[in-house]
Design a protein around this ligand. Structure first.
Ligand code: HEC
Ligand code: HEC
Length: 306
């Protein structure tokens, strides 16, 4: 990479560009030169023939056409003086994608800044009642969250549904805002090295029992022992989970990684590591506050569709 940042490449590419333009100007000019007057009886042709007697005369291009070529060539020179394009030369206007982006951000900041500032002072439950805030939240969610949580916020395998009653980290305004600001990392260790395949099957029996499925009493008893040794610390004595750790409730119908026997065994054997990225730096606390109000509104009956 360092090579491409050196002055040498900048000069090389700049020179190639300039030489190309000069050669093109010379070429267009050479084609525009008037030829000796055409001999009406025996005109010079290009030697192609179509349909027997249709031939192509070797005439110069019309003047207006040549002028268009000149215009584009001189335009390109003007462009390269004004805008970046010649190697590393930045152009006299000082335009750059970054400066344009920054100007647009500053304009948006001036327009929405005061509004966000006001929202930031308002608590999340109040904001969650405000149609304007929900509209903004909806747009932010569509830009930054749908790729993982889905456009209906309904989630996908490994990405939690934000519209149901099952919350890994709790459904309070504070918990939701914290999830978005700081991110979350769910740590479910892989247990196969500790309890073996057999232990995983036993634990799975107990998880299915917790989920309300029909499991033979002796299997439940055996599974419970394993569960109480290794799982209880995070998923709790009743299997209701722990929002401090993001350990899911195993007794409900909501499954982050799927509720089939195979998926449950896989969760236990291989472990799971869901990552919710932190958005504090990226979006800033004001936008996160609006997003938190939007997500919180789902717990208050608001629907993600609008
Ligand atoms: C160190 C804490 C911890 C321990 C101990 C633990 N788990 Fe977990 N478990 C978690 C976390 C956290 C998640 C969620 C992972 C994620 O968010 O990606 C999870 C996820 C799961 C899931 C997937 C749930 C779903 O909704 O798809 C199952 C099943 C599960 N654990 C069962 C067990 C069993 C059985 C044991 C004991 C063998 C166990 N866990 C031990 C923390 C733990
Ligand atoms: C790269 C994928 C990804 C993106 C982008 C993402 N999330 Fe997440 N989010 C996750 C995952 C994965 C989890 C679950 C973490 C875990 O397993 O512990 C999560 C968890 C959450 C939670 C906690 C859910 C609970 O049950 O407690 C909230 C709230 C949340 N995300 C909101 C958002 C919002 C709002 C955005 C947009 C700013 C967003 N997420 C963007 C992947 C993502």
């Amino acid at each position: 990479m360092a090579d491409f940042n050196s002055v040498y490449w900048s000069i090389f590419i700049g020179s190639v560009t300039l030489v190309s333009i000069v050669v093109l100007i010379w070429f267009v000019w050479s084609q525009a030169k008037a030829r000796p007057p055409l001999d009406a009886d025996n005109p010079e042709t290009m030697g192609h023939k179509w349909d027997g007697n249709l031939e192509e005369y070797n005439n110069p291009l019309p003047r207006w056409w040549m002028n268009l070529f000149y215009l584009t060539l001189f335009w390109s020179i003007g462009y390269l003086i004004a805008y970046p394009g010649l190697g590393a030369f930045k152009g006299l206007l000082g335009w750059s994608q970054v400066s344009q982006y920054e100007a647009e951000v500053a304009a948006a900041e001036a327009e929405y800044g005061p509004l966000y500032e006001q929202y930031q002072k308002t608590d999340i439950p109040t904001l969650a009642q405000n149609e304007e805030v929900l509209e903004m939240g909806h747009n932010l969610f569509a830009s930054y969250c749908t790729q993982c949580h889905g456009s209906d916020a309904g989630g996908a395998r490994g990405f939690p549904n934000l519209t149901d009653d099952a919350w890994l980290y709790g459904s309070t305004p504070e918990a939701i805002e914290h999830s978005i600001l700081k991110g979350r990392a769910g740590v479910m260790p892989a247990w196969v090295a500790v309890i073996g395949e057999d232990g995983a099957q036993k634990a799975a029996d107990y998880v299915e029992h917790l989920a309300g499925r029909d499991i033979a009493a002796d299997k439940v008893e055996a599974g419970k022992q394993t569960y109480n040794q290794v799982c209880v610390a995070c998923h709790g004595a009743e299997g209701k989970g722990n929002p401090m750790l993001g350990a899911p409730n195993l007794t409900d119908d909501a499954w982050l990684y799927g509720g089939t026997r195979t998926a449950i065994v896989e969760s236990i054997v291989k472990g799971r590591n869901g990552q919710m990225p932190a958005h504090e730096e990226f979006l800033g606390p004001a936008k996160v506050h609006v997003l938190a109000a939007y997500v919180y509104s789902f717990t208050q009956g608001n629907k993600p569709t609008r």
